[in-house]
Structure formats: C-alpha cells, structure tokens
Design a protein around this ligand. Structure first.
Ligand SMILES: CCCCCCCC/C=C\CCCCCCCC(=O)SCCNC(=O)CCNC(=O)[C@H](O)C(C)(C)COP(=O)(O)OP(=O)(O)OC[C@H]1O[C@@H](n2cnc3c(N)ncnc32)[C@H](O)[C@@H]1OP(=O)(O)O
Length: 225
C-alpha cells in the first residue's frame, strides 16, 4: 500500500454521529453554504460602485476571521454516522458544505438509477450564456457514479466518455444515469444531461472499485481520529 492510498483510506471515516446530530449539522452548515454560493454569484454580477464593493469586502473579512478560528485541516473526506448515513459533504458536485457544488441533490433507485433536477446559475458559464462543458462533465460524472453506488456496485471513475450533442443552457436542468451492466469490479453506466429542449450531453462511464477497497466493508473505512 502506498502512502497516498493510506491517506485516501484515512479520509473514509465511520464517526458514529447520530442522525439527530447530522440533522443539526446540516441545519447549521447548509444555510452557510447556500449563503456563500449566493455570494459567488453576487461577486460575479454586482454592479454597485467602489465604496459599496469595499464595504462588502470588509464585512467578508470579518466573517472569514470568525470562521477561521477553528478549521478542519481538510479535506473533508467521506463520513458515515452510526446509522450508516453517509456524508460526502466536501464533494465538489453535491457536497452540502461545498459552495462550489451546484449543488446536486440526487434521487436514487436500488436497481442502479440516479437522477436530479437542479439549477445552474451564472457562476457555471462557459460559452456566453451556456453551461461550461467541464461543469456538464462534473454533473454527469457524479450522476453516473451515484447510479453505480445506488445499485450496490460503486467505484472510482475509470473512463468517462461524453458526447456534447447540443449546447447546454444555464438554468433548469435534469441529469439521470443508470447501470447498464456490471462486469466483475467494473460497473458500466450511461446517462444524459438535458435542458428544456432535450438531451444536451450523453455519457458512458466505467466505474471501478479500486484495488484497496476490494477487501470488504470493514477494511475500507477508518475509525474516528
Ligand atoms: C469506503 C471505501 C469506498 C471505496 C471507493 C468508492 C469510490 C466512490 C464511491 C462512490 C462515489 C459516488 C460518486 C462518485 C462520482 C465521482 C467519481 C470521481 O470523481 S472518482 C475520481 C476520478 N477517478 C480517479 O481518480 C481514478 C484514478 N484511477 C484509479 O484509481 C485506478 O486506475 C482505478 C481504480 C480506476 C483502477 O485501478 P485498479 O488498480 O483498481 O485496477 P486494476 O486492478 O489495474 O484493473 C482492474 C480492471 O479494471 C480495468 N481498468 C483499469 N483502469 C481502467 C480505466 N481507467 N478504464 C477502464 N478500465 C480500466 C483493467 O483493465 C482491469 O480489467 P480486467 O479485470 O482485466 O477486465
């Protein structure tokens, strides 16, 4: 086992947090994340004048000063509570505590399907007025990975093929994915990202349970540190 694999494994943690404590944390940090996400869009689109910009920035400096008094050295990792409830709250596509995540809230089906309806604002722009192609890839990677996980055949993205059929608008979008087949440790998943005019991006991915994780559940998850 290389050090980097050991470091990855240490970030999968069973911390025994109760469902009530998890709900309390979600109620506390979720609105903070939403607020920062809104701030990203405001920083991008505000047209107020210099003094207002500088005044707003001073407030932000004060807020940062409060938040940095106690900070997890990071990254957040993936954590499971006592009931098995999973928190991938740092995830760049769907993390409850990650303001750069769109955020995606998935519905799942145990037969290996995942789908989400979501909204992309101006912060996700690529070509003028359109969704950045890398963001479309982010969303589909997460959708396909979530379908694999929902179907009980999770893995890291080994290969992701995308076909951009038509420009993806910003605004209301839908992504869905389903397991096509499982071949040993490889899960082959297909999916689409759609806008109001139909499918914009088609995806096919191969998700592979990494060698270090093939030994059974208890071997994969660290004890609390
Ligand atoms: C508590 C523990 C949890 C465990 C982990 C759970 C995972 C996540 C679960 C849930 C997430 C839900 C949402 C996720 C969505 C977002 C996902 C991401 O962003 S993932 C980041 C981007 N991806 C990477 O960084 C991968 C980097 N690559 C690797 O780590 C390895 O190359 C890996 C795991 C892909 C394969 O490594 P090997 O050592 O396990 O594989 P070998 O034993 O050499 O090969 C096994 C089989 O796979 C094929 N293979 C290997 N690499 C392939 C590839 N890239 N594409 C296709 N096939 C590949 C080989 O040909 C072989 O096939 P033959 O058995 O001979 O038929």
């Amino acid at each position: 086992m290389t050090d980097s694999i050991a470091q990855q494994q240490m970030l999968y943690v069973r911390d025994e947090m109760s469902d009530a404590e998890i709900a309390e944390q979600a109620d506390l940090y979720g609105p903070l994340t939403d607020s920062v996400r809104e701030l990203i869009e405001l920083a991008l689109l505000t047209e107020v004048d210099g003094p207002e910009v500088r005044a707003a920035q001073e407030h932000l400096e004060s807020a940062k000063q409060i938040l940095r008094t106690r900070v997890n050295p990071g990254p957040y990792g993936v954590r499971w509570g006592a009931s098995g409830q999973k928190r991938a709250w740092g995830n760049a596509a769907a993390g409850l505590r990650n303001a750069i995540a769109p955020p995606l809230v998935f519905n799942f089906d145990a037969d290996g399907r995942a789908w989400t309806d979501f909204h992309l604002g101006s912060a996700y722009e690529g070509p003028a007025g359109l969704t950045h192609g890398g963001i479309a890839a982010l969303v589909l990677d997460q959708a396909l990975g979530s379908a694999a996980e929902a179907g009980g055949a999770p893995g890291m993205t080994g290969t992701l093929n995308l076909r951009y059929l038509r420009p993806t608008p910003l605004g209301a979008l839908h992504a869905e994915a389903r397991i096509d087949r499982v071949e040993g440790i490889k899960t082959i998943v297909t999916g689409q990202l759609s806008g109001p005019d139909g499918v914009c991006v088609e995806a096919e991915g191969i998700f592979i349970l990494p060698r270090w994780a093939r030994g059974g559940d208890s071997a994969k998850v660290s004890d609390p540190v």
